[in-house]
Ligand binder design. Structure first.
Ligand code: ZN
Ligand code: ZN
Ligand code: FE
Length: 771
């Protein structure tokens, strides 16, 4: 008997095994079990050796064999080889489920072949491609457990499904125009409008109308990216002022016409995961300036379903393809929901009758220093597990933070990550969050006995954890925000050792109750010490200081003794607001302290005249990076104060910037020099902390490291200074990665507790020690 673990379900693995076994003349069976594929096989020794050898070498492209265990048993004298139907593995847990896969080249060829019976069939798929997670009701991945269950295969499809040498052999999503899902085009009242949905939708798009399009994990709202009025109208209806919009283009050539692409970026665009790839925009590429104002990166993706391929062929593209929601709500999933929530946004709805089970936004990735880095991990990735550095003793669910929330469910040595859920400030997102929790638990058949939450007392995820713990009598582990960021990166790299964690972000609840965000932690997976941080300054008006960067500029000016320059430097702000904030700073009311690096970026952006108010998270910092567009050879001055923790005094920096701005220095030059300063202070503080601790491993995490100028250059500088440097790659460095870090910390602490218990038992033989 051969037991195989890894990504071996829903990826055409059983049919592959069947074909291989029959070719080699072996008898027996193959079947899915919870978390593994079990093969009973008998034949000559030589044939069995060849079988195992070829199985590991030539497995289907999406399969990943992680462990293979062979047990010898007496032969049963089987006459043939067969595929067993799946058992109901619902309650067993630990079941790898494949992520959704973009349409493969074989299917694309059939789609374009007038002789093929699936010519121009918008749901073409096979054992190697198509929806997976998004249509799965529960595991294992068999048709009756997916939303394809309602479509009965016609005889022709059934024949392919049962033919061992067909590429749709046991492909659960096999269908055709005769038996599969159907397209529809409806107006905003839900009335069917055209028999030929795709040409009609394409014509509407070309005419500048907005069309909601049903994708794999939810609806998009699409419009012609070259049609400026349409793009402006889309922004108006979605209440989305400035946040960049993603584009879908026909092919790599079309992508290259819009952005300068490196070979790595081309490969990422083409990968079966098909994320949105952030690449450097070309000037004058013929798209509306309203697509991505104020930034240099353009978000591009290639079509990943046959429906997208046909739509892009019919329109020529590029199309704006933005998530089908209003402002910060979750992406619309079912047809009724889409109609209700997008009724005021889209003019037409291009949909179909194959339901979406799991909501899944597009993933977002970029290439940093030649390596793909994920900034939103969702469709094409979720719920693929990542290995944990320390396995979970008990099933553990990490609930994430407040923004860009994801979930991480730990079973043994693996962390299963949910798709991106969103920001929990929104009521609709809160419901989607509860759904996502129920779904990941149902999918894996696991009910957690430990919950993990952020230390922030008012996060929605915190309240949910506390309520559930009380109702179910289970334990809650609290992990500090920046420790979780640090651990997310450690988990990715399998690090279980002392590190220096440079964690820079906008906001995180600190151990002393102040707002942290410019932190150097020294510690490991279990615990940490705050070893250095930016000098804290007040945030006048707390949350308002996040939306109005000029408030942070004023705070830093005040702190640096340069407040008299304020009127000139933050021009355009009404005098009354200025006076009010001055009072807050003088009297220290409604002005909590923060050591946030994100807020320092905001302050500098305001001083450089980038903007005084923001409409999306991190906007000022993103635009400051775009303004800089490079580093300066020399940074501004700062000072490391020699205490414990080390405080990084930003006042010399602020005074130097005031001097430059007042002297008429080009704001782009100031922005470049500021970026260099950030890298300088990372290096200086790490060197100081290495002297104190002897630790030479540095982990860079937190949303600020989404800034490519800072992260690329910090890695180079620290490596040159003989540090080992680690960055997030497979989970976001922003709060989307928190859940993995929380889980890694909880698992490591639990293991440490158990070891302590065992040691106590050994020290006191005969006594049972309870904690
Ligand atoms: Zn295919
Ligand atoms: Zn059919
Ligand atoms: Fe954070």
């Amino acid at each position: 008997m051969i037991a195989i673990r890894g990504r071996v379900q829903g990826v055409g693995f059983r049919p592959f095994v069947y074909r291989l076994a029959t070719r080699l003349g072996l008898a027996g069976s193959v079947g899915n079990r919870p978390g593994s594929v079990i093969i009973d096989v008998e034949g000559t020794i030589a044939a069995l050796d060849a079988f195992i050898d070829e199985m590991t070498r030539a497995a289907p492209p999406l399969a990943r064999i992680e462990a293979l265990e062979v047990t010898q048993r007496p032969p049963r004298g089987e006459g043939s080889f067969r595929i067993e139907p799946s058992e109901d593995a619902h309650a067993a847990g630990g079941l790898p489920v494949a992520a959704d896969v973009a349409t493969c080249d074989d299917c694309l060829r059939e789609l374009a072949d007038p002789e093929d019976r699936r010519y121009q069939y918008p749901f073409i798929a096979c054992a190697s491609c198509g929806p997976r997670l998004t249509i799965l009701e529960r595991t294992p991945f068999d048709r009756e457990r997916t939303t394809m269950a309602r479509f009965t295969m016609c005889p022709a499809c059934r024949a392919e499904y049962e033919a061992p040498h067909d590429r749709r052999f046991h492909a659960q999503i096999t269908s055709c125009p005769a038996c599969g899902p159907r397209l529809s085009l409806r107006d905003a009242e839900g009335r069917l409008t055209a028999a030929d949905a795709i040409p009609a939708a394409a014509a509407a798009l070309r005419a500048g109308r907005l069309v909601a399009v049903k994708g794999l994990g939810g609806y998009h709202v699409a419009c012609d990216a070259g049609h400026h009025e349409a793009v402006v109208e889309l922004r108006r209806r979605k209440h989305r002022d400035a946040q960049p919009l993603a584009l879908m283009v026909r092919d790599l050539d079309a992508a290259a016409a819009l952005a300068e692409l490196t070979p790595e970026e081309r490969a990422l665009l083409r990968s079966p995961r098909r994320p949105i790839v952030l690449a450097r925009a070309r000037e004058g590429a013929g798209i509306s300036p309203a697509v991505a104002p104020g930034v240099r990166a353009l978000g591009l993706m290639l079509p990943y379903t046959p429906l997208h391929v046909m739509l892009l062929d019919a329109t020529g593209g590029p199309l704006v393809m933005t998530s089908g929601n209003r402002s910060s709500e979750p992406i619309a999933r079912d047809d009724a929901e889409a109609l209700a929530r997008l009724g005021g946004v889209a003019d037409l709805f291009l949909g179909h009758d194959r339901p979406i089970r799991t909501r899944c936004d597009d993933s977002v990735a970029r290439v940093v220093a030649g390596v793909p880095v994920v900034t939103r991990r969702s469709r094409g990735f979720a719920p693929e597990p990542l290995p944990l550095p320390v396995p979970c003793v008990e099933p553990t669910l990490a609930l994430g933070g407040q923004l860009k929330v994801t979930l991480a469910l730990g079973c043994g040595g693996e962390a299963f990550l949910s798709p991106h859920v969103g920001d929990l400030d929104d009521v609709a997102t809160y419901h989607a969050y509860r759904d996502a929790i129920a779904q990941i638990e149902a999918l894996l058949g696991v009910s957690p006995t430990v919950l993990v939450r952020d230390a922030h007392p008012d996060y929605v995820s915190t309240r949910l954890a506390q309520e559930r713990a009380r109702d179910e009598g289970i334990e809650v582990v609290v992990v500090q925000h920046h420790h979780a960021h640090m651990a997310s990166c450690m988990a990715e790299h399998g690090l279980d050792e002392p590190v220096l964690g440079v964690t820079f972000d906008g906001t995180g609840f600190g151990l002393d109750g102040t707002v942290w965000g410019g932190e150097f932690l020294a510690g490991d997976l279990r615990s940490f010490r705050r070893a250095a941080h930016l000098r804290p300054v007040p945030m006048p008006g707390s949350d308002r200081a996040v939306r109005e960067p000029w408030r942070m500029a004023l705070s830093h000016l005040h702190d640096a003794g340069a407040a008299d320059a304020a009127e000139r430097l933050v021009g355009g702000v009404p005098g009354s607001s200025l006076r009010l904030v001055r009072q807050m700073l003088d009297r220290r009311v409604q002005a909590p302290l923060t050591s946030s690096m994100g807020r320092l970026f905001d302050a500098i952006a305001a001083l450089c005249g980038v903007r005084h108010a923001t409409t999306y998270e991190g906007q000022a910092a993103v635009e400051l990076e775009a303004l800089a567009d490079g580093l300066a050879p020399r940074g501004y001055p700062f000072r490391l104060e020699d205490g414990d923790p080390v405080v990084i005094d930003t006042r010399p920096l602020i005074r130097a910037i005031v001097h430059d701005v007042a002297g008429g220095v080009d704001p782009a030059a100031v922005a470049r020099r500021f970026h260099t300063t950030v890298v300088d202070l990372i290096e200086a503080a790490c060197v100081r902390l290495r002297e104190r601790t002897g630790v030479d491993a540095v982990v860079l995490s937190g949303g600020v490291f989404g800034n490519v100028l800072v992260s690329e250059s910090a890695v180079l500088r620290l490596t040159a200074a003989r540090f080992r440097v680690y960055c997030n790659r497979f989970v976001p460095c922003n709060d989307g990665g928190l859940s993995l870090g929380q889980l890694a910390v909880a698992a490591a602490r639990r293991q440490a507790e158990q070891q302590r218990k065992i040691t106590m038992c050994l020290n006191a033989p005969g006594r049972v020690v309870e904690e």
